[in-house]
Structure formats: structure tokens, C-alpha cells
Design a protein around this ligand. Structure first.
Ligand code: FEC
Length: 293
């Protein structure tokens, strides 16, 4: 059977002029307040997307390295930008794929995040190939080990972070928060780090309560406990993008500085060779294909 991978990522606008259409796609037709759009354009401008779009470029590096590692075709599909998930599926089918592994570059399952990727993928495949969708890989040993390597030996208090989601997910038994806490615990144990906590980041102004604590409040709380040296370890994202370069590198750093705290963050996995090997292991396991000797 001919296999292919559809490697999915959130997607990012290539230039400032793309931001309104990109935000409209994220909002799925719901209204956008003009001040929220203006604020988003300004954040993208401040992180310099006129020069480069980190998420899209990193996703392409990841795709090409994963293809080389697996020896099967890998096609990129973006949830909110081009090439869309449906475009990737068309390319995979045109290349003769009879079985498609769907892998999202986000480790934790939620009905409000990963399920959206899954629905786009299933609709596009429409029964034309066998679909093997990977729901989550939050406890994958290679991923845990890679993050553990980046925090091991630190003298700072480690704050694991992930994208917040509307708090209503808890009422439906969504595993998102539990998976995040499990990744945090596994990474801390693997690195022999005892001094750690978890907080959410990147809450969006949608007018409903989101999961907390938000990192900006959490830093204040840590400061109140006498902690003044923090290492941020984002576990819900795998690459440098707006939520890292703005929400952590600018906003959280500014808050830490106001409080007189030191704040660093780990290097993101991006297209690191060890991370690519981990992604390849996840795909091989899902497809029940043996690893090379
Ligand atoms: O660098 C970039 O250009 C893209 C960065 C980016 C990533 C990302 C990942 C996740 N999001 C998740 C959930 C939500 C929910 C809403 C929402 C809104 C936004 C907006 C931008 C944005 N997200 Fe995102 N997200 C990224 C970017 N996200 C921009 C809109 C403006 C803003 O909030 O600043 C709210 C939707 C709504 O309005 O109804 C919910 C989750 C992830 C992590 C999993 C994944 O990567 O898919 C969950 C990267």
C-alpha cells in the first residue's frame, strides 16, 4: 500500500496584508472587532513578518526533513492558511497515496483544536484513501526527552505553558488540560526538576472565560512567592511563531521585567533533527511500519 503523510500546522499569514483574511478564517465567519484586528496587525508587524513568516518556513523545513527521514511523501496542510489541509490531501491523492497518516504539529488533543484538523482532513479525503489520524502525542518519549534536555540543570523555576482554550471544554470532559499536566510532569521527572508550575498563555478576546492561570498573572503570583528567576518551557507548541515571539518573548518578558524577575525560554523544537526523528517514530507507530534497524 502506498503511504503518505499530511503534516498539519496552524498556518500563519505571509505578509501584513494577509492578516485580515487569516483572522477571518480563524474566526470562522464570526464578527471581528476592529480594535482586535488592529492589535493583531500590530503584533505581526512588531515581530517582523514583513521579513519572514517563521511558522510557515519552519513547517516547510520540518516537512522536508520528515520526508527524508521516513522515505515517503509528506505534504503540508495548514488549518488557517495556505496550503490548506485540503490542498495537501489533493497532492497526496494525486501522488498515489492509498493510506494517509494525519499528524498535527501540536501534541495535545482537544475537541477545540485537534478535532478541527481532523474534520478538515476527513472531509478532504472523503473515503478516497485509508486515513490514520494521530490524535495526540503528548507523552511520546522522544518529545518528552527533547524538552527535558532543554530544562535539565536549570537553577530557575520552570513554567510549562500551552495555549489556553475556552474553559467550557472542562464540562465536556475534554482531555486537553490533563494531557498538558501529564507532559509537564513527565518532562520535569525526566529532567529531575522539582521546582516547576504550569500556566496557560495566548488567551483570545472572545468574550467568554478561558482556562487559567494566564502566564502574565502567574508571574505575579510567582513573584509574590519570592521566585525571581523563571525558565519558560512551552509544551503546547513546537515552533517559533507569534504565540512564542510575541506572547512569551515580548509580553511575558515585559511583565517579568516590571516585576524585577529574570525570564528566559527554551529553544523550540522547530526542525531539530532529534524532533524530526520523534515525529518519524510517531508516524511509523501509527502506520505500524517498522523502524529502520
Ligand atoms: O505565528 C502565527 O502566525 C500563528 C500562531 C498561532 C498558533 C496558534 C495555535 C493555537 N491556537 C489555538 C486556539 C485558538 C483559539 C482562538 C485562537 C485565536 C488565534 C488568533 C491568532 C492565533 N490564534 Fe490560535 N494560534 C496562533 C495564532 N487560537 C492570531 C486570533 C487573534 C488572537 O487571539 O490573537 C480563538 C478563536 C476565536 O476567536 O474563536 C481557540 C490552539 C493552538 C495550539 C494548537 C495548534 O497549534 O493548533 C489550541 C501556533
Amino acid at each position: 500500500m502506498s503511504d503518505a503523510v499530511v503534516l498539519m500546522a496552524y498556518g500563519s499569514p505571509e505578509r501584513l496584508a494577509d492578516v485580515p483574511a487569516y483572522y477571518a478564517d480563524i474566526r470562522g465567519g464570526r464578527a471581528i472587532a476592529p480594535e482586535h484586528l488592529a492589535d493583531l496587525v500590530e503584533r505581526y508587524r512588531r515581530v517582523g513578518i514583513e521579513e519572514s513568516s517563521p511558522l510557515n518556513a519552519i513547517t516547510e523545513q520540518t516537512r522536508s526533513a520528515l520526508e527524508a527521514e521516513l522515505g515517503i511523501r509528506v505534504f503540508t496542510g495548514m488549518k488557517h492558511w495556505t496550503p490548506h489541509i485540503a490542498d495537501a490531501v489533493e497532492s497526496a491523492i494525486a501522488a498515489g497515496a492509498e493510506r494517509i497518516a494525519g499528524l498535527v504539529l501540536a501534541p495535545h488533543y482537544s475537541a477545540l483544536s485537534i478535532q478541527g484538523y481532523r474534520e478538515q482532513l476527513e472531509a478532504a479525503v472523503a473515503g478516497r484513501a485509508t486515513l490514520v489520524f494521530i490524535d495526540s502525542w503528548h507523552d511520546e518519549p522522544g518529545f518528552v526527552g527533547l524538552l527535558a534536555d532543554r530544562i535539565r540543570g536549570t537553577a530557575a523555576h520552570v513554567v510549562f505553558t500551552a495555549h489556553s482554550l475556552p474553559a467550557r471544554i472542562l464540562a465536556s470532559g475534554d482531555p486537553y488540560k490533563e494531557q498538558l499536566l501529564e507532559t509537564s510532569r513527565l518532562v520535569a521527572e525526566a529532567a529531575a526538576v522539582d521546582d516547576w508550575s504550569f500556566s496557560f498563555q495566548s488567551e483570545s478576546p472572545t468574550g467568554e472565560p478561558w482556562l487559567g492561570p494566564d502566564i502574565l498573572d502567574h508571574l505575579g503570583e510567582l513573584h509574590g512567592r519570592g521566585i525571581d528567576d523563571v525558565l519558560v518551557c512551552p509544551i503546547g507548541f513546537v515552533s517559533d511563531h507569534l504565540e512564542i515571539r510575541w506572547d512569551i518573548d515580548v509580553e511575558a518578558r515585559e511583565r517579568a521585567s516590571e516585576l524585577g524577575m529574570r525570564l528566559d525560554r527554551i529553544e523550540m523544537p522547530n526542525a531539530d533533527a532529534a524532533f524530526i526523528r520523534t515525529l518519524a517514530d510517531i508516524v511509523r507507530w501509527a502506520l505500524r511500519v517498522p523502524s529502520p534497524a
